[in-house]
Design a protein around this ligand. Sequence first.
Ligand SMILES: NC(=O)c1ccc[n+]([C@@H]2O[C@H](COP(=O)([O-])OP(=O)(O)OC[C@H]3O[C@@H](n4cnc5c(N)ncnc54)[C@H](O)[C@@H]3O)[C@@H](O)[C@H]2O)c1
Length: 257
Amino acid sequence: MKSLIVTGGANGLGRSIAESASKAGYRVGILDVNIGALEEAASSIENATPLVASVTSTDEVKAALQEFGQTPDIWVNNAGIVRFAPLLELSEDDWRAVIDVNLTGTFICSTIVAEAMAIRGSGSIINITSINGISAGANSGAYGATKSAISLLTQQMSLEWGKLGLRVNALAPGLIDGGMSEPIYSDPQFRKLRTEKVPIGRLGTEEDIAQAVLFLGSDNASYITGHELVVDGGIINSIIANLPRPSSVDSVGLDGE
Ligand SMILES: NC(=O)c1ccc[n+]([C@@H]2O[C@H](COP(=O)([O-])OP(=O)(O)OC[C@H]3O[C@@H](n4cnc5c(N)ncnc54)[C@H](O)[C@@H]3O)[C@@H](O)[C@H]2O)c1
C-alpha cells in the first residue's frame, strides 16, 4: 500500500489532502501540533495515523517518522502560519515565528524524509507555497517571503536529490475557500468581490488543491521536478487585466482605427 504523510494535516488544506489520499488508497500519516484536531481528523479518516509533532523540531519529526513505521512515498510540507502586519509594525518575534514554521519547518521535514527516501531510491516531496510568494500582498511580508523562499528551496532540493531518486515540487494555491482564508470568505461581501476577480469565475476548493497534490506525487508526474504548480483559477495572471482603463483604448491599433 502506498503511503503519504502531510504536515499540518489536522485542519484545512492538509486535512483535505489526507482525506483525498485515503480515498485514493494511500495509508496516511497526519502530522500536526494541534492534538485535539489531529485526533478528530485521524479517527474520521480511513487508514490514517495521527503523528503529534511540530515541524520546527528535528527530534519530534524524526520520532513521528519512526512512529509511522514506513518511509512514505509522498511527503507534503503543508503546515503553515500567518502573522499579518505592515513590515514597520511586525515584531521580530512574529517574523521569526513565520520563518520558523513555514521555511525552517520545510527544511527540517524535507531533509529528514529525503534521507529515508534516498535509502529506498524513490520518493516525492511536495511543498505548499502560495500565490503570495509570487506576488506581494497586503501586510503579508513575512508570510510571502517564506513562500518565495520555499519556491527556491524546492528547486535546490530537486537539483540535489534528483539522482537519489527523489522528485521535489511546489504547489501554489490561489484564493482557496477554506483553511486560513475562512475568515475572508465567510464575509459575503468580500467573498463576492474576490470571486469576481478570478478568471475561472469561482474560488478554489480544498479538494482542488488535494487532487493537484496527488497528481504531483503520483507516477503520472514522474518527469516533473523542481516545478511550482500554480493552482489558482488564473488569478495571478490577471493583475493587469484587472486594472481600470477607458474602453476607448480597447481597440487601439486595429485596422481602420
Ligand atoms: N487557505 C488558503 O487560502 C491558502 C492559500 C495559499 C496557501 N495556503 C497554504 O496552505 C497550507 C495550509 O494552510 P491552511 O489554509 O489549511 O491553514 P490552517 O491554518 O487551516 O491549517 C494549518 C495547520 O498547520 C498546523 N500547524 C501549525 N504550526 C505547526 C507546526 N509547527 N507543526 C505542525 N503543524 C503545524 C495547524 O495546527 C493547522 O492544523 C499553508 O502552508 C498555507 O500557507 C493556504
